[in-house]
Design a protein around this ligand. Structure first.
Ligand SMILES: [Zn+2]
Length: 907
């Protein structure tokens, strides 16, 4: 018998046949449709196993739905937009050895190609060509006629982006404005989530600067809680940090050197007069802006000059850190002595209580520090204490009588008013900073820049948010628990810049010095797949895709006759494109890894809600975990990275698909382990041999015709498998589904062989037929090969998905087989208890009266008698109980416990 299997040969053979027969090319017809998409990958490198995991899930769903009889479209495209490719090209040009090494060693780029990579478009094209082969080799069921890439290097796509942005602007969702954004000083560009090495999801935070008077200058202390100014007791300065005296918009300010740099990017005119050491301020006094009280400046090494202005005022009654720092100074006064500060004066500093909050007394900060047993300011629990107080006081706090005109008011209600008042009175100013470091892909630490006259997507617009919430409510989210994450992002999402000066992209139609940036041209491009086929076939030229033409195709607006006259496009073509869009849209499922949830997938929701009518909104959004490799998060710079092309070379597509799909579903992170792939290789090889062996048995000995108990058991169990796999695939539970389809069905067949002396050929053939069809979406190559080798015509990819048939469920056969299995397992367990090998086995079967009790209880429960007492009363009346009442009672109770929790069918 043929036993060897050349996976690569099989894969190449079927790719060729699929393409020759164009079986994944999908055009509108009378069948119901399914349109699935995977986010176009970014072409700054080779595809990796993370792409393979998510895309395999999409492909499994596509193949499953295709077999169910849907007309399925799964298209593919490539993302070129942004600064990453251009940035890499620049680094190569500068001779950056680190990136060149990664390109050669990890990406596998031939050294002679590297010098050509100084052209970003060459690089993008190189990876596009390489990765197209990789996607084909993975067996993804793609309609390649619709392929495209982004940026002005694809004229038709740029036309589509023009249409999208004019549409958004007409609706008021693209606006010019002044906003704080995360900014890379080296790239001189906004740094979106996709442009970051570190700090994904970090956005600028607003600090209020409370301007303490200091001689003829100000000490602006940064805070999120300006209302606490009424409780200030002292001021904190880091004696080791460098501060500057600077002219800021005409005033004199003392701030950290870093703060001066940051403020110069935030529409403030800064002129540094002198630099000096923080210790020069220690021991001096300043005056608070509100009550003009004299405030002592104390040494505070914990004050970070790179956070805010590097100046902090102290409110020990309501800020745990301030209380702890003050306490630490009194307990260990060395720093005070060093700077010549009178220790007794510091000891006399008393917290000032200004907020009353339910559940706390005078000094909430001190109370929570004591409750949590926070030792000192370096104790990690200090942060926890701070969070508790901040939240409690913000939501429940009421300002006390010593808070001037705000006395008696709730903090959350008057916070914004206080800020406005303080700024107007000249007590306060504003500064933006990042709560955590953000590192640009170019390796530079980012800052906050306040940009004027920048184009923004107005994600803060309440009307737009409401539409997006509605879209989400109508859509299916997989896994369902991801819905909460989307709701939260929609609520908090703020305006985002949508253009930049550098990199690759499509020029903004009305202000072409700007390019639409990477997270802003990837939101509704799935609509473009419906017509890119016509562009690629040369039926329509990019210049024909005017705003009016696209308005007709995507929104049905305008008169095709007039458009035809105006553009020279035939009415048939215009209508055909319109129909094509109308047929395929909306997107039925889009899946991505969870890192894209707060940006890409949420923007996908917003833009669809803005541009399209409700019936064209996406129907389902899937999210999955982030790939780990051998238990560690993937990282190219650390070498924890496997390119998909290498994985294919080592294992082949089916093994990769099955290994990844079995490793996680839902929100869990899949973990690629080479050992698992090796195991899967052995599994699939033995599956291949096993199926062929069964097939040859079934076809060579086909004399037994009648269905016996074990035949019925197999057929029935397979019906259950069909039901399980189908149900789980509908919910995109690809791991559960594959586990059932692969291992469970395999076990059923093994058991069948073990339990039959003479197999029923017809039953086996039927089982193989169903088994292969259940497996085809997951491991399509091996299944095509086995499908052909077991007497079918190609293609299994187009075969009918097995349907669950109630009439082939044989409950009795399943139960009797379960009993045998369980008895065997029990025997095996008992055998383990013996030190020597037992020579004799006796199975005792319960006497008939005990069975009668069991059966009667089952019947009672099924007829609705569920209370134990009622069951006892009924069974005790039965004649077979007579003379053994005591024993019977015990057995009734025991059986009742066993049976009451089972379903009707199981009883
Ligand atoms: Zn940069």
């Amino acid at each position: 018998m043929e036993a060897s299997i050349n996976i690569h040969e099989i894969e190449e053979k079927w790719i060729k046949l699929w393409e020759e027969h164009k079986i994944f090319e999908a055009d509108p017809d009378s069948r119901p449709k399914i349109f699935v998409t995977f986010p176009f990958p970014y072409m700054n490198g080779p595809l990796h196993l993370g792409h393979a995991f998510t895309a395999s899930r999409v492909d499994v769903y596509a193949r499953f739905k295709r077999m169910q009889g849907y007309n399925v479209l799964f298209p593919w495209a490539w993302h070129w937009t942004g600064v990453t490719i251009a940035g890499a090209a620049k680094r190569i040009e500068e001779g950056d050895q680190k990136i060149i090494r990664v390109l050669i060693e990890i990406d596998g780029v031939p050294p002679e190609e590297i010098k050509k990579f100084t052209d970003p478009v060459y690089m993008a094209r190189y990876y596009t060509n390489e990765n197209r082969q990789v996607v084909r080799r993975m067996g993804f069921s793609i309609d390649w006629r619709r392929e495209f890439h982004t940026t002005s290097y694809h004229k038709a796509f740029s036309k589509f982006i023009n249409w999208q942005y004019i549409t958004l602007r007409n609706k008021g969702y693209v606006v010019k404005g002044t906003h704080p954004i995360v900014w890379c000083p080296r790239c001189k560009s906004a740094t979106g989530d996709h442009d970051r090495l570190e700090g994904v999801g970090v956005s600028p935070e607003r600090y209020i600067l409370m301007k303490f008077k200091f001689k003829d200058a100000y000490l602006p202390a940064a805070t999120f809680r300006p209302e606490t100014i009424y409780g200030v007791t002292n001021f904190w300065v880091n004696p080791e940090a460098i501060y500057v005296l600077a002219e800021v918009n005409g005033e004199k300010w003392v701030i950290s050197e870093q703060a001066a740099n940051k403020l110069s990017q935030q529409l403030k005119k800064i002129k540094v007069i002198k630099r000096f050491n923080g210790k020069e301020l220690i021991g001096k006094t300043c005056r608070d802006p509100v009550n003009n009280r004299e405030i002592l400046i104390l040494p505070a090494p914990f004050v970070d000059p790179d956070n805010g202005t590097g100046l902090v005022y102290s409110v020990p009654a309501h800020a745990p850190y301030d209380w702890l720092a003050l306490k630490d100074l009194i307990e260990n006064p060395d720093p005070l002595i060093k700077y010549g500060i009178d220790v007794e004066t510091v000891k006399k500093i008393k917290p000032i209580s200004i907020i009353s909050v339910e559940g706390f007394g005078e000094y909430p900060a001190i109370e929570v520090v004591e409750q949590l047993k926070v030792k000192n300011q370096f104790d990690p629990k200090a942060e926890e204490a701070t969070q508790i107080i901040y939240k409690k006081e913000f939501h429940k706090g009421i300002l006390k009588d010593n808070c001037g005109e705000y006395a008696g008011l709730k903090i959350y209600e008057i916070k914004e008013r206080i800020i406005k008042d303080f700024i107007e009175k000249g007590y306060a100013d504003i500064m933006y900073d990042l709560p955590r470091p953000v590192i640009c892909r170019c390796g530079t630490k980012c800052i906050v820049k306040v940009l004027e006259n920048q184009w923004f997507l107005k994600y803060s617009d309440p009307k737009w948010k409401e539409l997006s919430r509605k879209l989400l409510r109508n859509a299916k989210v997989l896994p369902p628990e991801a819905r909460r994450n989307f709701e939260e992002v929609i609520d908090w999402l703020e305006d985002k810049p949508c253009t930049r000066f550098s990199g690759l992209g499509t020029p903004l139609p009305w202000d072409p010095k700007w390019l639409v940036e990477t997270l802003s041209d990837s939101t509704i491009y799935m609509a473009f797949y419906t017509i890119s086929k016509y562009v690629n076939a040369g039926l329509v030229k990019p210049e024909d895709l005017t705003y009016e033409v696209l308005n007709y195709i995507f929104l049905g607006k305008g008169d095709p006759n007039e458009l035809s006259k105006k553009t020279g496009l035939s009415i048939e073509l215009l209508n055909s494109m319109r129909k094509e869009f109308d047929y395929w849209y909306p997107v039925d499922l889009r899946v991505s890894a969870k890192d894209l949830l707060p940006n890409h997938l949420t923007f996908f929701i917003f833009h669809h809600a803005a541009v399209f009518p409700e019936e064209k909104w996406p129907r389902a959004i899937g999210v999955n975990g982030m790939l780990m490799i051998e238990g560690k998060p993937m990282s190219k710079s650390k070498g924890i990275f496997i390119t998909l092309k290498n994985a294919i070379k080592n294992f082949g597509a089916d093994i990769i698909r099955a290994t990844l799909l079995l490793s996680a579903e839902g929100f869990d992170d899949p973990d690629w382990r080479n050992k698992n792939a090796e195991d899967m290789k052995r599994n699939l090889e033995s599956l291949y041999r096993f199926v062929l062996q069964l097939y040859s048995m079934a076809t060579s000995d086909n004399t037994r015709k009648e269905l016996n108990m074990i035949d019925k058991w197999l057929l029935s169990s397979i019906q259950r498998a069909i039901n399980n796999v189908t149900r789980n695939l509908e919910e995109l539970k690809t791991r559960t589904a594959l586990n059932e389809a692969l291992f469970n069905v395999w076990n059923l067949l093994r058991w069948y062989i073990r339990r039959t002396e003479k197999i029923n050929g017809k039953v086996i053939l039927k089982a193989i037929d169903i088994w292969l069809r259940l497996l085809a979406p997951f491991i399509p190559f091996i299944c095509e090969e086995l499908w052909a080798k077991t007497g079918h015509k190609p293609f299994i990819s187009l075969a009918k998905w097995p349907e669950y048939k109630e009439e082939e469920v044989y409950m009795e056969a399943e139960l009797s087989e379960m009993l045998i299995k369980e008895t065997l397992e029990d025997i095996f367990e008992i055998k383990k208890l013996f030190k020597t090998k037992p020579t004799k086995l006796v199975i005792y079967v319960a006497p008939e009266w005990k069975w009668s009790i069991y059966r009667d209880i089952a019947q009672l429960l099924n007829s609705g008698v569920t209370m134990l007492n009622d069951v006892i009363r009924a069974v005790m009346k039965k004649p077979y109980v007579k003379g053994r009442e005591k024993e019977a009672i015990k057995l009734i109770k025991y059986s009742y416990e066993k049976l009451v929790n089972l379903s009707k069918e199981e009883r």
